[in-house]
Design a protein around this ligand. Structure first.
Ligand code: ADP
Length: 553
């Protein structure tokens, strides 16, 4: 290769740059419509392309179109192309102008293009056709062919619209449509299933509502329901028949009209407490019967229904006529009252005669008789306790459990009871804890009765473990005495009723005899001392019974 000097090379660069500028100017001039003809070298030598008839304004428009725009001569050679067409195929413009259009048509579409071009010479025509880009990529176009008259003869103009985006969008649209159809199908299916479920559930609900109404109207108890806030919304037929009220009359506080005046306050309080705590309601009250005007005792029970979030949905309540049980209990109380009274007199003389026998000629009595007399005295003592307890029950029932009170020290009470208990139950280990001094107002005998009852229960219900702890806690305001055993214990359910009269736990495997009145009397005595009585217990672990008395100020 011939070596060039630096100045020569610089001169060549200048020359080339000048040519480049010239070419660029020419291209700009064509675009701007400043020139009307162009000589383009091709394999047939130089060819003149006339731009004379092209109106400058139109050319500006054509240049700015988003479509490609071409003119072809009768040989199918591109005489003019806007830059958009070249860029759509990724070619520089100078590689497009003067080139047969067919060069850009893929082989498989050439025949179709020729047919189209032939037609184009005769009429305006449009059709889709794939062209080939610089990298041989296939690009879809809509070709619109029109024959134009020029000075130098006829040309075909072609406007090319790139369909890639449209086709792509159409494909996407198709895909979306398919998805949409699928979704519609699924939705329709779900809808149908939902409708079926709703139908089924509605039917179930109707059936269960009807069942509920049928049941509620045909059971012999009165039934009501209330919403979560305690607003009554349903009363069964029994209630309406018994009270003579309508459902609307009974709603809100209407039900109070038929409740005995003395029971309204307690009923209201129990209902409010149940609502506040969401705990089941259990209360008793007398309700007026419309037929006779008499008030009959009823046991009201209600339970809350919860949803899956533990929120109350509704309250379901029943009222059961317990007049007969109440009367039976009253008869029992009456009988006990009379019987214990009747027993008291012979018992007292029996006790007196026994004392006389025991005291009579002490030295002459054979030892065996002395022993029998001792046993008889013991039995009389137990009998006397029983009769006294029964008498206490009737006194309580008649509101006549009266006793004198004085100031007493709890430590004296405990001391007294421990001594008796240790004497009575020598097999048991009874230990005492805590501070004992505390002055209370009370009746020593009655409080001793309570403590001894709790201790004898601790012994009675602890057949194996024979330890009993007695603890005293004294604060500024009250004194608490607890009796703790490690015996059979009580379940939560059993604990609920043990302070009721005649209540005994029947369902434990360990059975002992008793009347079920000891705790009832104890609780009444403590209540009469303005105190509290209670129990903490666990089945098979043991119980702690306690009572609390206010400290004397
Ligand atoms: P009684 O002992 O005569 O049955 P009470 O009124 O003293 O009657 O007691 C009522 C019920 O409470 C008893 O039947 C028993 O089931 C239960 N009970 C009382 N004290 C205890 C205790 N320390 N441990 C377990 N259960 C007890």
């Amino acid at each position: 290769m011939e070596t060039k000097t630096l100045p020569e090379l610089i001169a060549i660069i200048y020359e080339l740059r000048a040519k480049l500028n010239e070419t660029q100017n020419t291209i700009d001039a064509i675009f701007n419509g400043e020139i009307d003809a162009l000589v383009v070298p091709n394999k047939n030598g130089h060819q003149l392309y006339t731009l004379k008839n092209a109106d400058r304004n139109y050319r500006v428009i054509v240049e700015n179109m988003t479509q490609g725009a071409l003119t072809l001569d009768s040989n199918g050679v591109i005489l003019y192309s806007n830059s958009r067409f070249a860029s759509l195929l990724n070619f520089p413009l100078e590689h497009v102008i003067g080139v047969p259009f067919e060069n850009f048509v893929p082989d498989e579409f050439k025949a179709a293009f020729r047919r189209l071009l032939n037609k184009g010479w005769r009429e305006n025509i449009k059709d889709d056709l794939y062209l080939m880009g610089k990298n041989f990529e296939r690009i879809p176009f809509l070709l619109s062919l029109t024959k134009l008259e020029f000075d130098k003869g006829e040309v075909i103009s072609i406007i090319l619209t790139d369909l890639s985006l449209i086709i792509e969008t159409e494909n996407q649209l198709k895909a979306k449509n398919i998805e949409l159809e699928k979704a519609q199908y699924i939705t329709a299916k779900l809808n149908k299933e939902l409708k079926d479920t709703v139908k089924e559930k509605t039917r179930d609900l109707l059936i269960s509502q009807r069942n509920f109404k049928f049941l509620a109207d045909n059971i012999p108890v009165m039934v009501w329901t209330a919403d979560r806030d305690g607003k009554f919304d349903y009363f069964n037929q029994q209630w309406l028949d018994y009270t003579g009220l309508s459902v609307d009359d009974s709603k809100n506080d209407g039900w109070m009209k038929v409740v005995h005046l003395h029971d309204i306050k307690a009923s209201m309080e129990s209902w409010q407490a149940a609502l506040a705590t969401s705990m089941p309601l259990e209360t008793m009250c007398r309700i007026r019967k419309i037929d006779s005007g008499e008030y009959l005792w009823h046991l009201t029970k209600a339970i809350p229904f919860f949803d899956e979030n533990s929120r109350i949905i509704a309250w379901f309540g029943t009222m059961t006529n317990i007049e007969e049980q109440k009367q039976a209990l009253a008869k029992k109380d009456e009988f006990i009252g009379i019987a214990s009274h009747e027993l008291k007199t012979p018992l007292t003389s029996l006790k007196g005669y026994m004392q006389l026998i025991s005291a009579y000629k002490q030295n002459e009595l054979p030892p065996i008789i002395k022993q029998f007399a001792g046993k008889a005295n013991e039995a009389i003592g137990k009998l006397a306790n029983l009769v006294n307890d029964l008498l206490d029950v009737s006194k309580i029932q008649m509101g006549k459990l009266e006793f004198n009170t004085s100031l007493l020290n709890v430590s004296d009470l405990i001391q007294l009871c421990i001594e008796s208990a240790q004497f009575m139950y020598p097999n048991y280990i009874i230990s005492v804890h805590g501070k004992k001094n505390g002055i209370v107002t009370g009746n020593m005998e009655r409080l001793e009765q309570v403590m001894m009852n709790l201790i004898s229960n601790a012994v009675k219900y602890s057949p194996v473990n024979k330890e009993i702890d007695i603890e005293t806690e004294v604060t500024e305001t009250e004194v608490k005495v607890s009796i703790k055993d490690f015996g059979i214990g009580l379940s939560d359910h059993q604990k609920e009723r043990i302070f009721e009269r005649f209540y005994r736990v029947e369902d434990n495997t360990y059975s002992t005899s008793g009347l079920g009145i000891g705790l009832y009397i104890s609780s009444e005595i403590i209540k009469a001392h303005n105190g509290k009585i209670g129990v903490m217990s666990k089945l098979n672990k043991g119980s702690t019974f306690y009572f609390i008395l206010p400290i004397h100020e």
